[in-house]
Design a protein around this ligand. Sequence first.
Ligand SMILES: Cc1cc2nc3c(=O)[nH]c(=O)nc-3n(C[C@H](O)[C@H](O)[C@H](O)COP(=O)(O)OP(=O)(O)OC[C@H]3O[C@@H](n4cnc5c(N)ncnc54)[C@H](O)[C@@H]3O)c2cc1C
Length: 352
Amino acid sequence: MSVPLFHNCHLPLRNSVSFVCKHSYSFSKQEQTQKRDGLKFIRGVKLLKDLSTWGIGGPCNHFVQVYNQTQLVSAVRYCHEHCIRFVVIGKGSNCLFDDMGFDGCVILNRIEFLETNEPGIYRVGSGFRFNKLGIKCSNEGFTGLEFAGGIPGTVGGAAYMNAGANGQETADVVDSIDIIKTDGRLQTLSKIDLNFGYRSSSFQYMEDLAAIVAVTFRLHPSGSSQKRLQEYLKRRRVSQPMGERSAGSVFQNPCHLGVAAAELIEKAGLKGFRVGGAMVSNIHANFFINFGGSTSQDMLDLLATVKEKVDQKFGIQLKEEVLYVYPYCDDLNPNRDKLTSHVIFDQGKQES
Ligand SMILES: Cc1cc2nc3c(=O)[nH]c(=O)nc-3n(C[C@H](O)[C@H](O)[C@H](O)COP(=O)(O)OP(=O)(O)OC[C@H]3O[C@@H](n4cnc5c(N)ncnc54)[C@H](O)[C@@H]3O)c2cc1C
């Protein structure tokens, strides 16, 4: 099977900014470490499978962890100066990486601060764990983020994806979001500046986004938030394959048709259906499991097969919720032109 043309195939690379380099770029075979501004850039050895909940993915050419905004700007600037495209990731819990890896720099976001200056107002670093935030806010008697309990991503990933569950979503409680733009400037966007939809946000289409740095949430007091959180967590425990390697729901629910993707997949008789090491969960049909040694191609083939069978049976075309990260910026990628047209900071040097 060829690389699928996901409806949102460009999304993971929207904030994977690249430059037009005159020569072809090849994956590094040797480990090299380069230090700059207190950052350690590791070349060629970091495996993406260790950075994703699916446990799938080959080496990335460059890897760096950032712990604060200054480091994030430095990392982005480094990529710019060296003509390297980059992608910022949180817990990799909504990404399918390729076994080929990523021909660029993976910036792992570890910006994990949390500030509460007023009751119910939480300003949180984008690398803060979303699950932990949901539990903390609910335990402190504030409602709006109970659904985050059990979501294994970061605050930045949740804002980017507009993560949601149980009738709540991230956008409902966003007050403002601080981002770094591709020119290196910090900008604070109010909720009214942003558009959110079902698993979508303005960030997915923002040409000049480098990264989300922090999110301010505005929550309201509630006497029942803890109870609600516990109910949601219990619901997850019985309805989702806990402890398995997954990326949550792989397809969006076709809400306009009033039916869940899981229901369609189950009714198509696909629970337990396997391709190589990838399998449709027997517990939740919209969760696909890496049950042992799944390659990225196994998972892509499973996605494509399930999609095709659901279409054949019900005439409904499912849309992927998970994001596939293209390993290369080449002809396989239909958005190549878009990707190479991004410019970051000022005119960059060509890599030599
Ligand atoms: C067991 C399980 C249960 C899940 N349950 C749910 C659920 O109930 N509801 C739901 O909506 N999702 C769910 N998910 C999916 C996933 O956890 C969410 O989409 C989550 O918000 C992704 O966060 P992340 O940090 O892992 O993002 P990643 O997977 O690391 O990245 C996702 C996208 O966001 C971008 N991104 C991440 N951080 C930043 C940043 N700081 N700046 C700019 N871009 C960024 C990445 O480039 C990428 O394009 C589940 C996943 C699993 C494994």
